[in-house]
Design a binder for this molecule. Structure first.
Ligand code: PMV
Length: 336
């Protein structure tokens, strides 16, 4: 039996991925750009066991029924690994999120990045970072970015082999933080990102405008990262998230993630900015708000958001590292 454990951090997009051009290959319709977060970690162990008749998947301590959507997505990634390794052995997968309590945050990015790394190593494959990113993408589009630490760019690519993520260097990295404001107690989300982005692409009159916007926002964000201009990066991130949600709001029927407290957090962030703090809001397929800020301003922002009605938890995160194997330990000579 071979067991490998890997850890990966979730990431929050500053220029969002919202829409696919190929559902089977999970190819994004456009690029995206994100920050990997140290506070949101998934640890996944993949154990290959000749005696297993089928894959056995446990998520946060609960066995996922083979027919569940979550189990099927995991098995699909395991099948890709087996096909590549020319193997047939079934796997026992145990995945656990170490997220701040009751956040209700999506864990598919960290989950599929950790799975891709643990499963490929368990099967004896030594994939490059690019190959790993492509494999993680098949599980979840945002997982392609969680293979890397810090700021990350996802290429839309022309084909499956060039739709992968890569790290971007920036002088901003040491100083940035994300304040995560959980809205609504972490209740399960109403519209999963997968279905909601497909529905937006199929029915929203604003989807075309969204796709036209993304390359411009990516260029502006990359320019801001290179120049070390946090205010410019924050302005793009906030406007891009609002544009993504505008396209979703205009879908028919509408995809609405906003709750009253979501709007209250946005208003407070704007107010804090007017008082001279570094604070820009972004949100994903749920009511929570993540605030891009600095190490200096993060504690004040966290305190200001904790007070708001409907905000049930607040956490501060520093940038996180790339996905890594934690067991079996690498021989001393291979450690960074
Ligand atoms: O990776 P998915 O399929 O869960 O989609 C992620 C979608 C957003 O979180 C809303 C945006 C993003 O780029 O992470």
């Amino acid at each position: 039996m071979v067991a490998v454990t890997a850890r990966a951090c979730a990431n929050i997009a500053l220029v969002k991925y919202w829409g696919k051009r190929d559902a089977l290959l999970n190819l994004p319709a456009a690029g995206s750009l994100s920050l990997t977060l140290a506070a949101l970690i998934t640890e996944t162990t993949v154990e290959l066991d000749e005696s297993l008749p089928t894959d056995e998947i446990s998520l946060d301590g609960e066995l996922a029924p083979a027919s569940s959507a979550a189990a099927r997505r995991v098995v699909a990634v395991l099948d890709l690994v087996r096909a590549r390794a020319g193997a047939h052995t079934r796997a026992r997968v145990r995945s656990r999120n170490e997220f701040p309590t009751a956040t209700g945050l999506a864990s598919s990015a960290s989950g599929f990045a950790a799975l891709a790394l643990a499963a490929s190593r368990a099967a004896g494959l030594a994939l490059s970072a690019r190959e790993l990113s492509i494999l993680a993408r098949r599980g979840s589009g945002s997982a392609a970015r969680s293979v890397h630490g810090g700021f990350v760019r996802m290429r839309a690519g022309a084909a499956s082999e060039d739709a992968y993520a890569e790290p971007i260097e920036s002088p901003l990295l040491p100083q940035v933080r994300m304040v995560i404001a959980i809205v609504g107690g972490g209740a399960p989300k109403q519209h999963g990102s997968r279905d909601a982005m497909d529905h937006t692409a199929a029915t929203s009159p604003l989807y075309r405008a969204w796709l036209d916007l993304v390359p411009r926002d990516l260029a502006a964000a990359e320019h801001a990262l290179a120049a070390g201009d946090l205010a410019a990066l924050g302005a793009v991130a906030e406007a891009n998230a609002l544009a993504m949600h505008a396209s979703a709001l205009a879908a028919r029927p509408a995809v609405i993630y906003w709750q009253p407290a979501t709007l209250a957090v946005h208003a407070r962030v704007r107010g804090l900015r007017e008082c001279g703090l570094s604070a820009w809001a972004t949100m994903d397929a749920g009511p929570h708000v993540k605030v891009l800020t600095t190490a200096t301003d993060a504690p004040t922002i966290a305190m200001q958001l904790r007070d708001l009605d409907g905000v049930t938890a607040v956490a501060i995160s520093a940038p996180g590292p790339a996905a890594a194997v934690v067991a079996p330990e690498a021989p001393a000579a291979e450690r960074p």
